[in-house]
Design a protein around this ligand. Structure first.
Ligand code: SAH
Ligand code: SF4
Length: 357
């Protein structure tokens, strides 16, 4: 079916609860919802025609009410080491977004986009450099995970890695807390036990620091890990790299993070893109330590990945190590240096942008 031509709703937009309500309105048994759901999210079928066990009247109804989008892959790139794959997926309106599959030994992670482009304008990020196009609907977020699950199932890994998607990071294009409702609906669908069944501990959402969104996550006790992009430990340093800091200042952001960790008794992650000569000195490390000391937190250091619109270099290995030592020894803060993945195909953090057709 050509879903571009269709104005009906995507079935991937609906959590199971909502689908069940619709079935009740149509006088159809909930048993059929269960079967439909497993076709969609367990067998990951790509067309209505594959749902052979659904009674004809059920099939007729869902076909009339919904479309089942399978976004075409406009372009695909494989990293030279074979572990990372990037997909440029075309949406119903022709917009293009990127999703990334990362295989690690023993696990697979999907990095998905929440928006086409991004409104936040971080200077060193390729998505920010392209500007905002539009929000993605829940189904458009879910479809990225489904695409990656299909790939994992179809193509057994060379070294026997698992065929099931285990981890999902909302760290692709866009700011997930700027598109809160769609992202949370997508998370509900992805976590559903009879479908993709992603564990709560296996989903991480990264935010530029949208304070109302963080407070809402805490209030609603959403089952995702939270990573907050810090990059600067004073208001002035941070605002120079992250324009959104002017709207949500550092002290308000830290207060919101404390509400989150206290209310949910949960650890929080802070991301820090390490840029040589900009935010990677020993003084910077101490400033980070002082800022988050005492919180249940972990710092993820990300050596800068190249983008065309920002002229900076990643920190050297020794600077990253020194940064980690200061955080650990001075402030008891654990940290990791994010593995550089897929840089040769521009699939690393902050490198996602969608070239025009
Ligand atoms: N919009 C969200 C998630 C997307 S990016 C956010 O900003 O948090 C995931 C992480 O990569 C963020 O911490 C982001 O600041 C960082 N990042 C962006 N551009 C980068 C680059 N060129 N090199 C390294 N990290 C980058
Ligand atoms: Fe948007 Fe995140 Fe990129 Fe900033 S780093 S421009 S918030 S995607």
């Amino acid at each position: 079916m050509d879903f571009r031509a269709s104005s009906v709703r995507s079935i991937l937009d609906l959590p199971r609860r909502e689908l069940t309500e619709r079935f009740a309105e149509w006088d159809l048994s909930p048993v059929h919802v269960a079967r439909l759901w497993s076709y969609l999210y367990w067998e990951c079928v790509e067309s209505w025609g594959e749902m052979e066990e659904l009674p004809a009247k059920v099939l007729r109804r869902v076909e009339a009410e919904f479309h089942l989008p399978v976004p075409p892959v406009a372009r695909e790139a494989h990293s030279a080491d074979g572990f990372t794959r990037k997909f440029l997926l075309e949406q119903g309106d022709g917009r293009r977004i990127e999703a990334v599959l990362m295989r690690f030994t023993g696990r697979a992670t999907a990095c998905v986009s929440s928006q086409a482009g991004c409104a936040m304008g971080c200077t060193f990020c390729a998505t920010g450099q392209m500007g905002f196009q539009r929000h993605l609907g829940p189904g458009e977020i879910v479809a990225q995970a489904l695409h990656i699950q299909r790939i994992l199932r179809r193509e057994p890994a060379p070294r026997g890695e698992p065929v099931r998607l285990r981890n999902l990071v909302l760290m692709g294009m866009g700011e997930p807390l700027h598109n809160y409702d769609s992202v949370m609906t997508a998370v509900d669908i992805l976590r559903d036990q009879s479908g993709l069944a992603l564990g709560a501990a296996r989903i991480t959402l990264s935010t530029v620091g949208v304070v109302p969104g963080i407070l809402r996550l805490a209030e609603e006790a959403r089952p995702v890990h939270l990573a907050v992009s810090l990059h600067g430990a004073t208001q002035a340093d941070r605002a120079a790299l992250v324009p959104a800091a002017r709207k949500w200042p550092l002290d308000e952001l830290m207060d919101a993070c404390r509400v989150y960790t206290t209310k949910l008794s949960r650890k929080i992650f802070f991301e820090w893109t390490l840029i040589e000569g900009v935010n990677d000195s020993e003084d910077h490390a101490h400033a980070v330590g002082r800022l988050i000391r005492g919180m249940p937190a972990q710092v993820n250091l990300i050596p800068l990945n190249p983008t065309t619109g920002y002229d900076g270099a990643p920190s050297r290995r020794e600077a990253a190590r020194r940064f980690q030592d200061i955080l650990a020894e001075g402030y008891g803060l654990p940290s990791t240096v994010r593995q550089r993945r897929g840089i040769d195909i521009a699939a690393g953090c902050g490198q996602l942008a969608a070239p025009e057709a």
